[in-house]
Unconditional design. Sequence first.
Length: 319
Amino acid sequence: MEKTYSNKQKLIATLRRETDEDHPVGRVKIETLIGNDLDRKTLNSYIRFFSDSEGGCRIKIVSGGPNTAYYYNPSENEFTEEEIRLIIDSVYAVKSVSPEIKKAIKDKLLSVTNKYVAEWYNTADYSVKRKQDDCYVSAGDLKKLSAAIKNKASILFDYYQTTPKKEKITRYLDHNTFPQALYINDGYYYLIAYNPLKDAKRHYRVDRMKNVRFGEPFKGVPYLEKFNRSEYEESSFGMYQGKMKELTFIAKQNLADQMYDKFNDYRFIKCEGDDFIFTAKAEISPIFYGWLCGYEGNLKILEPKEEAEKYCEYLKKQL
């Protein structure tokens, strides 16, 4: 029984690696690939089993007669080629993950797909210029932070910053926070946490956190509301803190796509000539002002007036 199971798995593993819809193989090729472990009668019975619903329809038959060919049909629980591409590209977009970890993840994903997908990725340019070790997050720290968020435990760590001479100096020692979420922004991992000393939410670059360790469970600490990733992406501008405000904007109508991408749930008010007016929530910070400035007057704050005036003051300081 064990040998039968092993031979069936060997057949499936071989077809998964060697075939896809565009590259089916015939029986003779299958026999060559799996060696002499199976006689033809047993092989035919396995193919019939796996091409039927009982075997999960994991083998597809291309044609009939002497030219019949077969290929592996992935189940719904397996990654498709498009999903593998999405995961690999997403991992390589994270700046604070080391080249070694990126390659290890890529290799693991490619080990569960066919050789044609693997060949494409192994010839594509996925080279990454290595930075200093202290620019990368460790898998161990991510695991600790995730566990602290799940178990509502505080986290202690030392926090570093860079001097103009590119030296690393300590900004905080034994810094105590209450983690809320891990978040990737501009390719870097950030910890969003409650800082009891400031009585406010703060952001910390995870690659600048060293000596991460667990603190005490929450006891009477005002914990922030549940983290809503989509709302956060729509209202925040980078990882710099600011007060959340509801603003009324006026923008050129040809910016509607960009406004929708940023403020997915903005409230449309009306159109005026080539412009349209809408309201949306935004976290006011220098990064927000810089983003607004990039539209060169085609996007403006209408209300509240004091926020429009603060933005004007910001622009004057840049001159």
